[in-house]
Design a protein around this ligand. Structure first.
Ligand code: IMP
Length: 424
């Protein structure tokens, strides 16, 4: 039985939540592998909207086992709140004992470190993601398993609070976090979560051996990947196929399908280079019609046309076996639509994404221009989706993407609802 990884191919916010939810219908297990509550997934089921930040999208299905893997960073307060909101309307959840905990000092340090960057801020979500991954790499981190070992937890918190206070003092001059208070709080998290803590890698392996269908749900997108994104304007994890395998604790060879989720246009939140960023009526139209405001922070997203140079890099790193193209309905009714196929730079035309921020900032997109497809009323779209008979301009647009990428398009999404989807 196959394991499918779902990956954001752009700067995040491609509509992965909907695709995961859709594919979770067949899956028995959905696992999150990286990131934390910097992510935001909106899933609409039976006209009810759920905004999830940390829980896997599969949690909304009662017959699906949801896993939070070792590569995720967890803010226990957020996790407990999301669980509370769902009440009993959810499937089972297990959390890796190896996943790291976002502590109160991580959130304070996130803000303090951002401020210290002056005008060169990353534009983080302020959720403590970077400082938590930083402590993991420095080997100061507190893991989920520590929450249920009070003596170890106490010692680690004491040492970390002392260190964090010193750093906060360096940045802000006034920091006095109390380790005892934090320890008492953390013990409560352990109490509340203890029945859900386990070896999710082993659970996953057993589920694989039993022949279950499994989804690895990516968060964020390849172009804010710590290694292959527009560093340092990136997140602190690896939202790639390899990152998902590691962050869920399985062999990369187990992954048979890799679905690259591609939004029909580009958006970016936070800072960092964006060749071809639009600042005109078209951007305004896309932002409003596509509701391009951050699920996590509410920030308006920066908008632009689809960029295949970016996607080619995503394909190289992730090995997509198919693409899911989302939000095509947002572009309906536009006179023309554009796709970036190369960049003009001071050193001439290039077709590969440079690593240097400086070089990316000097890239001007070269576009192919396509005739737009007509907008239709709800009934007409419904019929077109049911019969898989899309406007020919839209088919031309999709064919171009598929041929350029050398990858078939397996899912076409024309709206937020489950039934606004075509599977090919
Ligand atoms: P952090 O992940 O909070 O450290 O933020 C680092 C950068 O990644 C910022 O530009 C964020 O806006 C961006 N980012 C983090 N998570 C997401 C996401 O889920 N979607 C889009 N951008 C994100």
């Amino acid at each position: 039985m196959p394991i499918t990884a779902i990956i954001g191919s752009q700067w995040g916010d491609e509509g992965k939540g909907k695709i995961t939810d859709y594919l979770a219908e067949r899956a028995k297990v959905v696992s999150r592998s990286q990131g934390g509550n910097n992510a935001g997934h909106t899933v609409i089921v039976d006209d009810k909207t759920y905004k999830l930040h940390l829980l896997p999208s599969g949690i909304l299905r009662s017959d699906v086992l949801s896993l939070i893997g070792n590569g995720v960073v967890i803010d226990p307060e957020v996790l407990l709140n999301e669980l509370k909101q769902l009440g009993t309307k959810r499937g089972e959840l297990m959390i890796s004992e190896r996943a790291h905990i976002i502590m109160p000092y991580h959130k304070l340090l996130d803000g303090a470190e951002e401020s210290s960057r002056g005008t060169a801020t990353v534009g983080t979500t302020g959720r403590g993601i970077g400082p938590c991954y930083g402590d993991k790499v420095l080997r100061f981190g507190i893991r989920v398993g520590d929450l249920i070992e009070p003596q170890i937890l106490k010692e680690k918190i004491e040492a970390n609070v002392e260190r964090s206070n010193a750093m906060l003092k360096y940045y802000t001059k006034n920091a006095e976090l109390e380790s005892e208070e934090i320890f008492e709080e953390a013990k409560k998290w352990g109490e509340a979560l203890k029945d859900m803590i386990g070896d999710t890698s082993l659970i996953l392996k057993n589920k694989i051996d039993e022949g279950n269908e499994i989804l690895l749900e990516g968060a964020q997108g390849v172009h804010i990947d710590l290694d292959y994104g527009t560093y340092p304007y990136t997140t602190s994890s690896n939202p790639t196929t390899a990152g998902l395998a590691l962050g869920s604790g399985i062999s990369p060879l187990e992954i048979k399908n890799v679905v690259g989720v591609v939004k029909a246009y580009l958006t970016r939140v936070g800072s960092g280079p964006f060749p071809g960023e639009l600042d005109n009526e078209e951007a305004e139209m896309i932002r409003e019609k596509g509701n391009e405001y951050g699920t996590t922070t509410g920030r308006p997203r920066r908008c632009g046309w689809l960029d295949l140079v970016m996607l080619k890099l995503s394909q190289r790193i992730c090995g997509f076996t198919s693409l899911a193209v989302t939000k095509l309905d947002v572009l309906a009714g536009m006179e023309e639509v554009k796709i970036c196929v190369a960049y003009e730079t001071p050193d001439g035309r290039i077709e590969e994404m440079p690593a240097s921020i400086n070089r990316i900032e000097n890239c001007t997109p070269i576009y192919e221009v396509f005739e737009g497809w007509p907008d239709m009323n709800k009934e007409e779209w419904k019929e077109a989706i049911e019969n898989d008979s899309l406007p020919e301009q839209l088919e031309t647009y999709l064919k171009f993407i598929s041929e350029y990428m050398g990858t078939r398009i397996g899912i076409i999404s024309l709206g937020p609802e489950r039934n606004e989807t075509i599977i090919r």
